[in-house]
Design a binder for this molecule. Structure first.
Ligand SMILES: [Zn+2]
Length: 213
């Protein structure tokens, strides 16, 4: 169903069936939390919705409860458990993992605080993982411009940094948005058998290309 009329009072809405190509006349009036059927459906119910809607809903709920868990780690077990539960015939109604992940991330993004417009912002503690050190350094540069560097790390990462034989540094730009310019990171490599993995230890969110001295 989609909204046909919004009375603008946050209480009353008229809904109509979205299956326009069936010319379905279904209409529902909503008053607060009550729904009144004006016209019933003439369209055929979509059997895929019985499978996909609960998956999307459960993924969204879990994502909101576990803000720091990657959406794919929530969605994959959900789709796998419906695969096991469903009959062979219903299995092809299971939505693509990538579609559910995308919709889950969108639902979660709306809960995050807005991107700051300037360097003068407060940290929202509940949106940072526990034990995360998020030290801002503020100063005014020689041109009179307010500057801020945000340092992101944990105590455990700092211990690793102190013990690491080798530090590797790099900068990325596309994960950072205004008013910041780059994410500068110190990493170390961990070797296990033939595998080498780069572990981020400290990240600096910087405003300028060259303000890290
Ligand atoms: Zn309908």
């Amino acid at each position: 169903m989609g909204i046909k009329k919004d009375y603008g009072d946050g209480i009353r809405y008229k809904w109509r069936c979205n299956k326009r190509n069936y010319k379905c006349p279904a209409r529902v009036t909503q008053i607060d939390t009550e729904f009144f059927l004006d016209e019933p459906h003439s369209c055929q119910p979509d059997p895929s919705l019985r499978v996909s809607v609960p998956i999307y809903a459960q993924a969204k709920k879990a994502a909101i409860e576990n803000v720091f868990k990657p959406a794919s780690e929530i969605v994959e077990p959900l789709t796998y458990s419906s695969y096991k539960k469903l009959s062979k015939k219903s299995r092809h109604y299971i939505p693509k993992v990538s579609n559910v992940v995308q919709s889950t991330n969108r639902a979660r993004a709306s809960l995050r605080p807005a991107t700051p417009k300037s360097v003068h912002f407060e940290f929202s503690r509940k949106h940072l993982p526990k034990g995360f050190v998020k030290k801002p350094i503020d100063w005014t540069d020689s041109k009179g411009v307010d500057q801020r560097i945000v340092i992101l790390t944990t105590k455990r990462q700092l211990k690793k940094l102190a013990r690491a034989k080798r530090w590797e540094v790099d900068a990325t730009f596309d994960v950072v948005s205004d008013p910041f310019y780059q994410l500068f990171g110190i990493h170390t490599s961990v070797r296990k058998g033939a595998q080498v993995k780069s572990i981020p230890l400290v990240s600096y969110v910087l405003q300028d290309k060259d303000c890290l001295h």
